[in-house]
Design a protein around this ligand. Sequence first.
Ligand code: ATP
Length: 503
Amino acid sequence: MKNIEQMERIIQYMEAGFPILYINTYEEKNTMEMLRETVVRTGRRKIIEWNLTTGYSEYLPSEGQYQVPPTQCTFSKLMGTLSPEDYTESLFIIRDVSSLLGSPEAVAYLKELSIRIGTDIESNIVLLSAVLKIPKELENFITILDMGYPSEEEIEKLIKEFCSEQGTEAEESLIHEMAVTFKGLTESEIISILCLAMSDDGKLGKNDMSLVFEQKQQKIRKSGIMEMIPLKEKMEDIGGLENLKAWLGRKATVMKDLRKAGEFGVDAPKGVLIAGLPGCGKSLTAKAAASLFQIPLLRMDMGRLMGKYVGESEENLRKALTLAEAISPCVLWVDELEKAFAGIGGNGGGAEVTTRLFGNFLTWLQEKDAPVFVVATANNVSKLPPEFLRKGRFDEIYYVGLPKDQERKQIFSIHIKKRRPGELSTVDLNRLAQATEGYCGADIESVVADAVEEAFVKGKSYVETEDFLAAIRNTNSLSDTMKESLKEMEETYKKNHFRKASL
Ligand code: ATP
């Protein structure tokens, strides 16, 4: 299905005389096959191909044969040899593009040819590469085509075909579960993981799911801009923040049944911006939200989006968002938002790129259709451009402040229960909460960790209230270390009328 749509799109571009189509794909082999089929559909054209290893060839797809078999030849030599007539009624496919486009000579040849295509040659150039790198000189001639990722139905079909080729069968429910997990991977990546999953016992079973998940995590990490985070944290691991938890609970009801909610007239949730003091549970909430919604969690590292080449950062952002859409429904956690978009509106190349990135991200936030729930977290919102804080970008903006008395009690209880479950009932949580005014959640966690370690080192067989109080005396709270900036941040949140995460 996807192939047919893509072929039709390519034919439209070819017929409309677009000089260069830049196909951004990891699936060179499949794309080549698809291009050959596309050319057969247009009837008359031939394929001229050039790549670094086998050189130059001419192929007539309608007859399934070479007119010129693969012949070693450098790109520049080829371009110097071919006359305009040679290109007429052809599709000129160039692979190994990233090295080629580094050569000014090759770029000049391509530019020359693009101009001719616009005037007197009926031909098109296709650049095929997994890396998108566009020289300024060619920008006006290039149209980018993304091959996208297979849909859930296409993946199910792929798994079934794979099983029948391997002479095995898998349960319908397993195929479905695997298809959901494979979303966001390319066809060849899926096949290679399936081969690996089969290699131990010759069939696909429930026991292969963890391997599938691990492999997918690795592939996503390799992309360098996103990370898939395992879901360990739950809503019960968050002490306090009751308003925010209740709000997420409502969104979970919608996210879990988007179709029904949509039919009822409910908008698909867009996401939430959680601003607040460091160590107060913002990241924890992002992770717990994905568990609550029962969907995967992707973390986008905005720092790593920034590339060296012209257009590379924008391309990285586009790739990351396309991947998130392919994996959706998912939670996309954008951490330290203010760091990513600091410097907007400033002067210089870096600031310009950031401003463009920011614009692209905002447009995507506003227009996205796929169920990607964005959780953006930020410490210092005063550094964020005001457009972010406007209603409509996110469903809601919450601020997380220092935990109150009751919340500190809950946070102590959560962390003591994790390490010393048997002793929770013997500890005086009220005293601990009273002694920790101005401490953030992370401070409390470290108090608990220190007290437990100290008791162990001293050779004690239990940990008691006094041990925790001693650890509190040895810990500097967040309000000690960041007094001035805390006040400033709290004022900004109030001024902007953010909702309070705590009751
Ligand atoms: P930063 O802005 O520095 O990234 P953050 O607000 O994202 O901080 P978290 O990473 O969520 O803070 O918190 C650090 C750790 O502190 C958490 O992993 C958790 O163990 C503990 N913690 C913080 N707040 C809470 C809370 N409300 N309940 C339970 N634990 C908490």
